[in-house]
Structure formats: structure tokens, C-alpha cells
Design a protein. Structure first.
Length: 396
């Protein structure tokens, strides 16, 4: 009786996950078509400059830093090599002894022509140190147009031009970007990369399609106007949130402005996670999403395609129909991975490590279940618990 019930539940879960995967595929194909329609290659002059059809908007790039990340100098350096006329880069650290400060000093020496500043943000305005630093960096910035992204993000030379341009349309309140992870040579890092390229970004595209646009943003890129930030309370309004990028996008959308998903894809360089560190990071991310998009997160139970298909196969005692469903599930899961990871994100690692997807998907189910077992998270060595998406520090 129990086996028969599991067989029915597994089959229903597989069918619902197939429907979700179809939505992901359709969303990815639609995004690719939109990118193709709007993405004529920029005209490059002999001097190497890019001919644009509209005046560039002067931009302040705000980059809060804490400690070092893999390939950090090269990632920060990519922001200094933008094909853009007028922009400044402001880096912020919480203390002058932060090792990231030395990297910024090196950048200043290597790019004397760039307006680069390093600020020490000594005040602690809330548990989210990144946002606390941003609130102290903002008054020192010059321009109306702002761009914030994570310290481990690497970009192409035309990144700033392509990301900021949509803000010339007053109906666009924020621009954000998809990203791909560059894995370190550890199993945990490779599983993290697969999760980003074959699952997370697919979910972002599906949410965009299902909800008629994005109603949140990703920390890989946040481009917006100073005036719109002030309208939602400034950075100070987000110093208690762990998912500050999500909340800023949500509140910008709440003002009736569009959160636009750029056709630009950026890179993040992943640390050499051990399996334990990978699970810990996934658990923090899972609990963050659970508090930010509660019902959407619960609904993930209907998206675990391979685990549901495997349960169906076992409960159905390898019946021919169960094998057919399992084979279909495998084919669709791999197709989704290739279309999103390879087609949308141009992630060359996906094909190489695609055989790890079943392991990654089983771990994802375990993390999803474990996320309901508590509210504590570990973030850059500090311990917190979450309450309605906000951070409360745990004294150690």
C-alpha cells in the first residue's frame, strides 16, 4: 500500500517537474530570441572605441569588499578596463587592515587614469556589512547613475555600456544580470557551478516568464538611479537583510518601475569548496530564498525532476512505464542544462561536468529539506539567524 502511494506521488512529482522544465526551456528560448533581436554587435572604430547610438550616462560603481576572493585582482581589474567615457569606481572596506585594500592600491597604481577611490567605512549600521559600507560610500559618489556588484564578478569591456544604457528609459528602475560560475578543481565547487548554470538561472528565467517580468534582482549586477534608491529608503533600509539584492529589486518593482534582465552574462569565480562548505553555502542560500520567496520556495518541491523520477522508478519496481518516464526525465533535465547553461550563459564547463547533475540534484533535495529544520546561517564567518528575511546576529 505504501509502495503504491509512493509510486503515485513519484509519478505526479515527475510530471509536475516535467512541466516546470518545459517552462524553463520555453523561457530560455524566449530570452535567446529577445537577445538575438536586440543584440546587434556594437560597431568598433579603428581606434578600438565603440560607436553608440545614444549618449553615455556617467556612472559611479560602488564595490564593497571584505577579504579576498579567487582571481580577485583580475575581476576588479576588468572594471577598470571599460569602454566607457565617464565613470568612477569607489571601493569600500570596513577596516584599513582588510587584505582587499592592498589589491585596490595596486589597481590605483596600474590605472592612474581611472577615478578610483578606497574608503574605510568604520561605522556599523547593521548586520549586513556590505550594505552598511554601501550606505557610507554613497555620499562620496558623484553621479546619479549607480552600479553595484559583488567583489568576485568579472566583466567584459562593454559591460558598463550595455548594462547602464536601459536606464535612459525612465520606466526602467533597475538592470540586473545572469551569471555563470567558474569552478575551482574541487567537487563542491563543480556542484556549485552546475547549480548556478543548470538550475538557479533556469529558475530566474522561469520566474521572469511566469510573473510577466522580474520582481527581484541579482547581486551579480544592480544598476539604478540614486533618486530611485532614495525613494525606497536608501541603502540604510536594507542593512538588516541578507538578500539585500533581492529586496532592492523587489522594492524598485514595487514603485511601478521595470527590473530589466540584461542580455549581459557576467562571471563569478567560485572558491574551492569542500563538500561540507558547498552544503553549508547552499543551506544559507536556501534559507535566504525561503524567507524571501516563501511560497515560491515551498513550490520547489514540484521541480525536482530527477529525484522524483528515481523515486517513481524504485517504487514502480522498474516497470516499463517507469523506465520510460525516467528516461524522459533524464533527457529533459540534460536538455534544460544544455540550453540554459550552454546556450544562455555560454558556460563551457557544463558539458564537461554534466554527469554530476544527478548527484547535484539529490543534494539539492536534501538541502531543501534541511532548510526547514532551522533558521541559522553562516555568512563570511559570522553566525546569524533569519527572521522574515532579516539578519539577527548570534553571539559566539
Amino acid at each position: 500500500m505504501i509502495r503504491h502511494a509512493l509510486e503515485i506521488v513519484g509519478a505526479l512529482g515527475t510530471l509536475s517537474s516535467l512541466a516546470y522544465s518545459a517552462l524553463c526551456l520555453w523561457s530560455a528560448v524566449k530570452f535567446l530570441r529577445q537577445r538575438q533581436d536586440a543584440g546587434e554587435e556594437p560597431v568598433r572604430l579603428r581606434s578600438g572605441q565603440v560607436r553608440t547610438t545614444q549618449p553615455e550616462l556617467p556612472v559611479s560603481i560602488l564595490k564593497p569588499l571584505k577579504g579576498t576572493d579567487p582571481e580577485m585582482y583580475e575581476s576588479l581589474r576588468s572594471h577598470c578596463m571599460q569602454e566607457y567615457e565617464e565613470y568612477e569606481i569607489i571601493f569600500g572596506v570596513s577596516e584599513s587592515a582588510d587584505p582587499a585594500a592592498k589589491i585596490v592600491e595596486r589597481l590605483k597604481l596600474d590605472f592612474p587614469q581611472r577615478a578610483i577611490r578606497l574608503l574605510v567605512c568604520e561605522k556599523n549600521l547593521g548586520p549586513n556589512t556590505k550594505v552598511s559600507n554601501l550606505a557610507q560610500m554613497l555620499p562620496r559618489s558623484k553621479y546619479e547613475y549607480l552600479l553595484v556588484n559583488d567583489s568576485d564578478i568579472r566583466v567584459e569591456p562593454d559591460y558598463l555600456r550595455r548594462v547602464v544604457a536601459p536606464l535612459s528609459d525612465k520606466s526602467v528602475g533597475m538592470v540586473t544580470c545572469l551569471y555563470r560560475g567558474v569552478a575551482s578543481p574541487t567537487l563542491g565547487s563543480r556542484l556549485e557551478m552546475l547549480g548556478i548554470s543548470t538550475d538557479f538561472c533556469a529558475g530566474v528565467l522561469a520566474a521572469r516568464q511566469l510573473e510577466g517580468g522580474l520582481h527581484f534582482a541579482l547581486g551579480s549586477t544592480l544598476a539604478f538611479r540614486r533618486s530611485d534608491l532614495e525613494a525606497i529608503g536608501g541603502f540604510e533600509a536594507f542593512v538588516d537583510y541578507l538578500a539585500d539584492d533581492y529586496e532592492m529589486g523587489r522594492q524598485i518593482a514595487g514603485q511601478g518601475l521595470e527590473v530589466k534582465l540584461s542580455d549581459v552574462v557576467v562571471e563569478t569565480f567560485l572558491p574551492p569548496y569542500s563538500l561540507r562548505e558547498f552544503v553549508q553555502h547552499q543551506l544559507r542560500w536556501a534559507r535566504t530564498v525561503r524567507d524571501s520567496r516563501r511560497w515560491g520556495y515551498v513550490g520547489l518541491v514540484f521541480t525536482f525532476l530527477l529525484p522524483w523520477a528515481l523515486l517513481t522508478l524504485v517504487a514502480g519496481r522498474c516497470a516499463p512505464w517507469a523506465w520510460v518516464l525516467f528516461a524522459l526525465a533524464c533527457a529533459v533535465r540534460l536538455l534544460t542544462a544544455l540550453v540554459v547553461g550552454g546556450g544562455v550563459l555560454h558556460d563551457r564547463q557544463v558539458k564537461r561536468w554534466i554527469w554530476l547533475i544527478p548527484l547535484r540534484d539529490v543534494v539539492a533535495v536534501l538541502v531543501w529539506l534541511g532548510s526547514f529544520a532551522g533558521r541559522s546561517v553562516v555568512w563570511r564567518g559570522d553566525y546569524f539567524y533569519l527572521k522574515d528575511g532579516k539578519l539577527v546576529r548570534i553571539n559566539q
